[in-house]
Design a protein around this ligand. Structure first.
Ligand SMILES: [Zn+2]
Length: 436
């Protein structure tokens, strides 16, 4: 195919310049049109794309064609032959190679001037400073857990002043895209300003499961037979082993047992592919949904960086199953959110020991659910740590917590870590003098 991308810069960015060099009625707060905005976009701004899969390929292409130059991409996956129908940056000869590396190479080769840097690895393995570098982070993920992790990273970079107001200069904006079949969403998360992922966790209902009695007694569909083998038979016959969706033998075992059960009930349609789909809860990916959601996300990133238009407030959902429908909702922050608020308040008597503070956290209606074996620090001081420092910090548990805090303050911002958490939590401890 002939490359028709104009390389002459004045001609090439003519469309972006229309947005950046002219004023208008829809511009965002503080927008000052001028060529400096394009310089900022192309020189100083650094954007991170998380994921180089179906959404990630689209996002990378859209970012590069929208004038973003310094783009990083991180993905831990390698290319599978089943990706090729929609992950259009990949070719057959790329199968087995890291997605991030190939995606970066393709964009750099195709879009003149683009400077895409690939990171082949897990988002959890990157240090906090890595994320701090970026002006905006765009998420093209398919897992709830990875989203929660990135949300906690962005929220942990947020700092608060004494009164608990967010320090605007520490906001790390996230633009999150998601697709599932013909449905998708784009949302803008400004930690401390708009709801974070955790504030609206209820948006993600628990995955629908079949009632166990149906699976055990009255199977009617191939999926019932598969879930029977996966959930019931496995725990009866192989209870000593943890089921691993990536283990070929485990999947094969579920498949053959599901097939036998289906035969018994005269149900047709159990295949190995369907077994994988049901067990891994795979919903077919639709290329057009990815394209639409990605375009919305990249436009939001451009708006956030240049203020050339007011941003999305704050959640756009898209449905393309019957016609095309979009709807935008301004969700609200949860002022008690343990991840993006100034801290969950824990009130304790003034003579409380550190152990008692930890017990209060574990009994707290919100915190208790998130913690199992918390470590507690105060500023840069580790008050109680799990793991190799446990023995050293254990004596602190019996001390009145007030002694451990600086300047005998009646209130303190504690940082709590736990294996159950993807990032740290803020706890505002308030020590109350006994009533006179
Ligand atoms: Zn929140």
């Amino acid at each position: 195919m002939e490359d028709t991308t104009p390389t002459n810069s004045s001609e090439r960015w003519i469309d972006i310049d229309k947005l950046l060099t002219r004023n208008g009625n829809l511009v965002g707060p503080g927008f000052e049109p001028g060529p400096e905005l394009r310089d900022f976009l192309q020189q100083d701004c650094k954007v991170l794309c998380i994921g180089a899969g179906g959404l990630g390929c689209e996002i990378l292409k859209d970012l590069a064609l929208s004038g973003f130059v310094n783009i990083d991409v991180i993905d831990m996956d390698t290319i599978d032959v089943s990706n090729l129908n929609r992950q259009f940056l990949f070719r057959l000869q790329d199968v087995g190679k890291p997605k991030a590396v190939v995606a970066a190479e393709r964009i750099n080769a195709r879009v003149p001037g683009a400077n895409v840097t690939a990171h082949f690895g897990r988002i959890e393995d990157m240090p906090l400073q890595f994320y701090q570098e970026f002006t905006v982070i765009v998420l093209g993920l398919d897992s709830l857990e990875a989203r929660r992790y990135m949300n906690s990273i962005a929220c942990s970079l947020l700092e608060f002043d004494e009164e608990g107001n967010p320090d605007m200069s520490t906001i790390k904006p996230l633009v999150d895209g998601g697709t599932e079949g013909f449905k998708g969403h784009a949302r803008v998360i400004l930690p401390g300003v708009t709801p974070c992922f955790e504030c609206t966790l209820w948006l993600f209902p628990p995955q629908t499961k079949f009632p166990l009695c149906t699976l055990a007694e009255t199977p009617r569909t191939p999926a019932h037979c598969i879930e029977y083998a996966h959930l019931i038979l496995w725990s009866q016959q192989r209870s000593h082993e943890e089921f691993d969706t990536d283990d070929e033998e485990h999947m094969q075992w579920v498949y053959s047992n599901a097939l036998a059960r289906a035969k018994q009930y005269g149900i047709e349609g159990v295949t190995f592919q369907l077994t994988q789909g049901v067990v891994k809860n795979i919903i077919p990916a639709i290329a057009s949904t990815n394209a639409i959601v990605s375009a919305a996300c990249v436009l939001e990133a451009l708006k956030l960086i240049t203020m050339c238009s007011t941003g999305l407030n704050n959640y756009m959902m898209y449905t393309g199953s019957q016609g095309i429908y979009t709807h935008t909702v301004a969700y609200e922050r949860d002022p008690q959110c343990p991840v993006c608020s100034a801290g969950v308040e824990v009130v304790a008597p003034a003579d409380t020991t550190l152990q008692q503070v930890i017990d209060l956290m574990l009994a707290h209606p919100q915190l208790g659910k998130m913690l199992a074996h918390p470590s507690v620090s105060y500023g840069s001081k580790q008050l109680y740590a799990r793991g190799i420092y446990e023995e050293d910090s254990r004596p602190n548990l019996a001390k009145p917590v007030r002694e451990l805090l600086e300047g005998d303050e009646p209130a303190a911002l504690l940082t709590v870590n736990d294996k159950k958490l993807s990032a740290s939590l803020r706890v505002r401890l308030r020590l109350k003098e006994p009533q006179q």
